[in-house]
Ligand binder design. Structure first.
Ligand code: GDP
Length: 169
């Protein structure tokens, strides 16, 4: 089997952003991950303060500039978020595929951002608007490891077998 065909079990961090919660979309969004056989191994609800936001988006200002950072930080602190650690085969890439691309007006139909974001929340620094795209998901293995560690203590992550795992092992 070629190396790029080897599938490994991974853990990844997902945040349901404040816009997902105020719109009452939490359950529907979580269902999309469960439908794809991603297992919830950690969950918590939290208000992000300035210090924690800086830790979570530690490279955002450097990557996209102070205006994007400030708009995003303010947006993330407008309400509580739900943090999830999801586990599954190729979980990092699978979750990103289900979430869709950053800008709601570019995210394909069938993805969370493409189906459920308000297209008016495409966001633009020029008009001082945050990109209200409902979900954060770790972008790669390094980011996933760092983000899971930032958000969760070891004893907040849980091991159990899903019914599918019980019947296939
Ligand atoms: P993600 O991994 O798809 O969330 O995208 P990034 O890591 O590049 O950006 C982090 C977050 O910053 C995004 O989810 C948006 O909420 C916000 N963001 C990114 N680009 C822009 C932009 O051009 N304008 C504004 N206002 N916000 C942005």
């Amino acid at each position: 089997m070629a190396e790029d065909q080897v599938h490994t079990v991974e853990r990844t961090l997902v945040l349901l952003k404040p816009d997902a919660l105020v719109r009452g979309l939490g359950g529907r969004i979580i269902s999309r991950f469960e439908d794809a056989a991603l297992k919830i191994v950690g969950v918590k609800m939290k208000w992000m303060d300035e210090e924690f936001t800086r830790k979570h988006y530690f490279d955002l200002e450097e990557r996209l500039g102070a205006e994007v950072y400030n708009l995003t930080a303010t947006f993330m602190q407008q309400g509580p978020v739900i943090a999830l650690v999801l586990e599954g085969y190729d979980a990092i890439a699978t979750v990103r595929k289900i979430v869709g691309s950053t800008y709601p007006n570019q995210a394909p139909a069938g993805t969370i951002r493409g189906d459920l974001s308000h297209m008016s929340s495409a966001g633009s620094v020029a008009v001082g608007k945050a990109v209200a795209n409902l979900v954060h998901a770790s972008g790669n293995k390094e980011e996933a490891a760092q983000e899971v560690e930032l958000w969760f203590d070891k004893d907040e992550l849980h091991e159990y077998r899903t019914l599918a795992e019980i019947f296939t092992n």
